[in-house]
Design a binder for this molecule. Structure first.
Ligand SMILES: NC(=O)c1ccc[n+]([C@@H]2O[C@H](COP(=O)([O-])OP(=O)(O)OC[C@H]3O[C@@H](n4cnc5c(N)ncnc54)[C@H](OP(=O)(O)O)[C@@H]3O)[C@@H](O)[C@H]2O)c1
Length: 415
């Protein structure tokens, strides 16, 4: 879900800023990379113990509710193998936003040779400097460059600019992506919707995708805990015959725990659909609809918020995450169960046509064109801020602030 973390990117950057510089620097060139996370030696030691006990497990086919799918796990790529695989490569990370930060620091901590390319003296340049990417020249270990220079130095070009920026900058960047390099994306957006983005990769390079299923912030925090995000991988163009293997290895390099295979089209369709649906847009709409009807019927804001959002996020949804929907049902009262079981098909029936319309809007490129138009505006940040301020100002979310403040573990600075 490509845009989930964008709202979180500022706090991510803030937390990156708080990271001690000495710590960041010490991770630039790990001399003895003993784990997937130099920051979490204890947790990683546990992981290492587990993988030693089980050995390298190898690629496996799993049964997902009756459909067999291949998954690729980090344990297939011990760190020494990973580092050896990329020993002649320079990963040029273009863009240092949410994903650039998470993927870049993880790959660096994994002992891979990573450089960063961003606009000189922009916000990302400043962030990258704070994270220990160095731009002093001439020094050995120089790792921060203007975009064009980084592409020239890199063998694997990881295009992690925002999707709108990928399209805007393509005419300048395309000629630099020469034969022998690999072009990497974390979203199928630019190449799949090429009629709108005009991003058409050169014919003589491998084009691959690793799409973490979470924000760049989560990519980083899970890695630091010795865990790993799940990602999808895909190949758009395989010139060397090694494209898929490279995608899997890069997936491990940037901090994935396991990967499943998809295509560029399926990745972008499911991603745009999911974030507009249940992950973000759908849930926002459903919360608001339920809250409004409660309020119209005389319920107080605290009651309406508790019965709509607080109980969902604090009590019930975590149960679904832990052990599934039936587990959540079993944890609830018999009264709740009966009613919910009766109403679920009614909501399903009402929503299927909405989801069908949404999928079609994704498939035919309408969503892409809207996104490119909005996110390509010079006033994009201000325009977004205005829309988010409207949400922030809705009664439901204002009431939510007060409700959250009543949590016993509430910390005022987290608002
Ligand atoms: N965020 C997620 O949750 C997520 C999850 C999975 C996949 N993805 C995918 O990962 C990729 C990167 O996404 P992101 O969320 O990390 O992006 P982002 O946070 O929006 O990062 C934007 C980056 O693009 C640069 N940029 C913006 N406009 C530019 C321009 N005109 N010229 C040069 N640089 C420009 C910014 O540099 P400045 O600071 O200089 O403006 C910044 O480094 C996208 O393909 C996205 O779909 C994202």
């Amino acid at each position: 879900m490509a845009s989930l973390a964008r709202s979180a990117s500022q706090s991510l950057r803030a937390s990156a800023r708080r990271a001690p510089r000495s710590l960041a620097k010490s991770a630039v060139r790990p001399t003895q990379a003993a784990s997937y996370s130099l920051f979490a030696r204890a947790a990683a030691a546990k992981v290492a113990q587990t993988s030693t006990a089980k050995g390298v497990r190898g690629v496996k086919t799993l049964d997902f509710a009756g459909t067999k799918e291949v998954v690729y796990e980090r344990s297939d790529w011990p760190l020494a193998k990973l580092q050896d695989y990329f020993k002649n490569d320079t990963l040029a990370l273009i863009g240092y936003g949410s994903q650039g930060h998470g993927q870049g620091l993880n790959a660096r901590d994994n002992g891979l040779n990573v450089i960063v390319g961003v606009r000189k003296d922009g916000e990302s340049w400043r962030q990258a400097l704070e994270d220990g990417w160095e731009s002093f020249s001439p020094v050995p270990g120089e790792t921060l460059f203007p975009i064009e220079e980084a592409i020239n130095k890199g063998t694997i070009i990881m295009n992690l600019l925002s999707d709108a920026a990928q399209s805007q900058t393509w005419p300048q960047l395309a000629p630099l992506i020469t034969k022998g390099k690999t072009l990497y994306f974390s979203h199928g957006f630019s190449v799949v919707y090429k009629d709108d983005t005009h991003v058409i990769p050169p014919k003589d390079v491998d084009v691959i995708l690793v799409a973490p299923k979470g924000s760049g912030r989560t990519v980083r925090t899970l890695f630091k805990e010795g865990r790993g995000i799940n990602s999808s991988i895909a190949v758009w163009q395989d010139v060397t015959g090694k494209a898929k293997e490279k995608a899997i290895a890069l997936g491990v390099g940037i901090g994935s725990g396991y990967m499943y295979e998809t295509t560029f089209e399926k990745e972008v369709y499911s991603d745009l659909y999911g974030e507009r649906g249940v992950l973000m847009g759908g849930i926002q709409g459903l919360f608001l609809a339920q809250y409004q009807v409660l309020r119209k019927n005389g319920h107080s804001p605290s009651e309406a918020f508790n019965e709509t959002v607080e109980e969902a996020t604090q009590s019930l949804y975590p149960l679904i995450g832990q052990k599934g929907m039936d587990y959540m049902y079993n944890a609830c009262s018999t009264t709740a169960r009966r009613g919910a079981l009766d109403w679920a098909p009614i909501f399903e029936k009402a929503n299927v046509p909405v989801f069908e319309a949404l999928y079609e809007s994704v498939r035919n490129g309408t969503e892409t064109r809207k996104s490119l138009e909005f996110n390509g505006r010079a006033t994009y940040r201000e325009d977004l801020a205005k829309e988010l301020a409207v949400i922030d100002n809705q009664e439901i979310w204002r009431a939510g602030k007060t409700v959250r403040s009543l949590r016993p573990d509430y910390k005022p600075e987290s608002e």
